[in-house]
Ligand binder design. Sequence first.
Ligand code: ADP
Ligand code: ADP
Length: 218
Amino acid sequence: MIEVRDLTKRYGDTVAVDGLSFGVKPGQVTGFLGPNGAGKSTTMRALLGLTRPTRGAALIGGRPYRELAEPLRQVGALLEARAVHPGRTSYHHLLGLARSNRIPESRVREVLETVGLDGVRRRRAGALSLGMAQRLGVAAALLGDPPVLLLDEPVNGLDPEGIRWIRDLMKRLAAKGRTILVSSHLMSEMALTADHLIVVGKGRLLADTSVEAFIATN
Ligand code: ADP
Ligand code: ADP
């Protein structure tokens, strides 16, 4: 469902991603593990059409993001720096996304309930706590009930309860056959969350293996 093929991205002299290739299968949580600066966000941004590869391809269901019709129905993403208009309420933020992807308005209430934000749906996004803002990001990612989810460091800044919640959510979605790629710089977090690992360093693939096999050999 996710295919990264010989992906290279340069920013001037910096090689953020360097000939990276891997695939991500449905029905399991795939961890995208590597230290800060390893190229994880750049890879996810390439998959979302937010950055143009210098070389290679980043495909969702065999297509580049720009060719997806109603993209929110194909892929949902939680990125570290996705801007939400601070003056808009959670409800209106999601409603705007729903309308531009022909998703029924009833789905907005549904995902707000799923992430536990229904009670604050009229609060402006700028007045949400960090944990609530993360949940709103997750709600946006789930809005189109997409088969593919990309989550960039989703547990950053969350309290233990929020971390457990995101972990359980990912597992439930994987069990429903979704394809989930979740990045982290923490092996301890991935060991509790992921079934499979894509390990990167300096923009290159270091391992593509089950979590058990990775723990046994590292
Ligand atoms: P990770 O998500 O694994 O922390 P990133 O993909 O954010 O890694 O970054 C990989 C490398 O590319 C880093 O050295 C980072 O500084 C660089 N980089 C990322 N985005 C940009 C950008 N827009 N301009 C210049 N350099 C960038
Ligand atoms: P707006 O145009 O209301 O400011 P955004 O900039 O948030 O909307 O989003 C623009 C487009 O980016 C959306 O129509 C959607 O296709 C895509 N997008 C936004 N949020 C997500 C998400 N969480 N996951 C995947 N795609 C998204």
